[in-house]
Every structure is written in C-alpha cells, then in structure tokens.
Design a protein around this ligand. Structure first.
Ligand SMILES: [Zn+2]
Length: 148
C-alpha cells in the first residue's frame, strides 16, 4: 500500500562558495538529506532533498549547499510552500488555526500541528523569514513590490 508520494531533488555540487568568508571552490565534505512534507495532490507528498555539504578551505566552516535551502527553513520539517499556504490562510484570510489545519489536511493532505503554525506566524511577523517567504498580497509595510 503506497499512500504517500515521494519526490526527490538533488543539489549536489563539487565545489561551493563559503557563506562565511567567501572562499571559492570549497570541496565537498559530505552528503546531507532532508525529508520534507510538501503540499500534496490527492495524497500526502514527501519531498526528499539530497544536498552536498562543503568544508571551507580557509575558515574550516562546514556548510550546506545554499540551493538546498530554497525548499525549507533551517531545521524545518515542511516545505516553504506549506508555510506560505498556512501563513496566507492565517494572516491574509484571517482563518483560525483549527480551520487552517483542516484546510491543509483536506486540500493538500498535509498535517501541520497548530503550535508549529503558531511559531510560523510569530516568526513571520517578527520578519524572521524576510527574503525567504513573502506573501504577495497587501500585508502591512513589508510588502515586496516585485512585479511593479
Ligand atoms: Zn570560509
């Protein structure tokens, strides 16, 4: 019985630029894996992200291929798409947590605990996701005018 769909994306590079000191051509150190819950159609969807980790040849910092972070926040268990959908419901549409939870479960087959969504709202309002998540519509003064 396979009730969950899984997709895999790979971001494996031989070299990367150190985000800390800017050193170029930092070689691969290891391979990281993340399993993220995504918005599903008809059944739950898991997005497996396989990515390279690199060790800086100058400062010795070990970092993940930055491309792997376009899918989720650090240590997040859900994709940014799930977060965006939840935040849209809660902030833009003013839906309750319970209703948002039901909406995500019914339409996207993803179960998000209310405390998790509550953290997202708090962090979003504190602008901790700036540059990562933006809601297109009118939302206070943080609105980004990308398509003007
Ligand atoms: Zn470095």
């Amino acid at each position: 019985m396979n009730r969950t769909r899984e997709v895999e994306v790979q971001y494996i590079k031989k070299y990367a630029i150190c985000p800390k000191c800017g050193a170029k051509r930092c070689g691969r150190h290891s391979i990281g894996r993340r399993r993220l819950r995504d918005l599903g159609q008809e059944k739950p969807l898991i997005c497996r992200v396989i990515y390279s980790k690199h060790k800086c040849k100058e400062c010795k910092w070990i970092f993940s291929n930055p491309k792997s972070e376009i899918f989720a926040i650090k240590r997040g268990r859900f994709t940014l798409s799930v977060m965006r959908e939840a935040l849209k419901c809660l902030i833009e549409c003013g839906m309750t947590y319970e209703k948002t939870k039901q909406h995500l479960l019914k339409n996207y087959h993803v179960k998000v605990p209310i405390p998790t969504m509550n953290d997202w709202v708090i962090n979003f309002e504190a602008e901790k996701y700036k540059g990562t998540i933006s809601l297109e519509a009118r939302y206070g003064s943080t609105k980004k005018k990308e398509f003007v």
